[in-house]
Write a protein that binds this ligand. Sequence first.
Ligand SMILES: NC(=O)c1ccc[n+]([C@@H]2O[C@H](COP(=O)([O-])OP(=O)(O)OC[C@H]3O[C@@H](n4cnc5c(N)ncnc54)[C@H](O)[C@@H]3O)[C@@H](O)[C@H]2O)c1
Length: 282
Amino acid sequence: MEVKRVGVIGAGTMGNGIAHVFARCGYAVVLCDVEPRFLDRGLDTIGKNLEREVVKNKITVADKESALGRIQPVTDRARLADCDFVVEAATEKFEIKTEIFRDLDRLTRAEVILASNTSSISITKLAAFTKRPDKVIGMHFFNPVPVMKLVEVIRGLATSADTFTTVRDLSIKLEKTPVEVNDAPGFVSNRVLMPLLNEAMFAVMEGVATPEAVDEVFKLGMAHPMGPLTLADFIGLDVCLDIMRVLQNGLGDTKYRPCPLLIKMVDAGWLGRKSGRGFYKY
Ligand SMILES: NC(=O)c1ccc[n+]([C@@H]2O[C@H](COP(=O)([O-])OP(=O)(O)OC[C@H]3O[C@@H](n4cnc5c(N)ncnc54)[C@H](O)[C@@H]3O)[C@@H](O)[C@H]2O)c1
């Protein structure tokens, strides 16, 4: 089946980026969130990010306008019924995602592939909430989606070869580079990255160094484009905490214990860049 119409669930940081790249590459996009204000915010971000591409001469003003025109914002999930492919990028909570997958299974045609952009939740488990586990897959984009080249394509236990090939080819059409990974807590990216960010937080909590100093060590010593604490603020500290908890529960090793400072900051509502305060002030 040719994919023409794509459903994207969640218009937050990742969902609006995913809608952006699909629309820019000519796909009709139905963007779904729970409240109009989240859709307005997502569309506003897409408009600004497309404008950046215009300024950099990557696309024309006409490309920007036609991409925006291809995105249809909806709060009623039933409007995804005629989509040929759906990517879920809702909040990283197991109960939220399982409810969505169960409902998408009911709403969409049986041949439609249901992908999740989850950072850490088991694709195999999400698939088990549907009657089409062979058509459930992880399509893990990176932030900011319009810029980052990688898509981690995650095969659940039941994911079929056809489903994998379709998502791999779709990623290439979006001008991304797909990398095949098997389902395991945190996949590859977050299993390796999050413990690094968590350890950097322990170093700050224990007074080993300031956030600025930790970040300088990684920028200058390891040639990272940004330090781990800047990156954590950028990802969102609530997202980091959720992923550490998935690693801790899924892998059962104390080395995945979330840093108490991270827990405290999330409790305080310091979620990083998006809330104006994290390890830095914005
Ligand atoms: N932020 C990152 O750097 C990053 C990177 C890769 C993957 N992810 C993953 O992408 C997903 C989204 O993360 P985010 O950073 O965009 O979060 P976010 O908080 O910015 O956005 C989540 C959006 O989902 C919406 N939502 C919640 N429940 C919903 C529902 N039932 N139906 C429709 N929309 C719903 C929220 O209103 C919100 O707009 C998560 O699974 C996360 O793990 C995040």
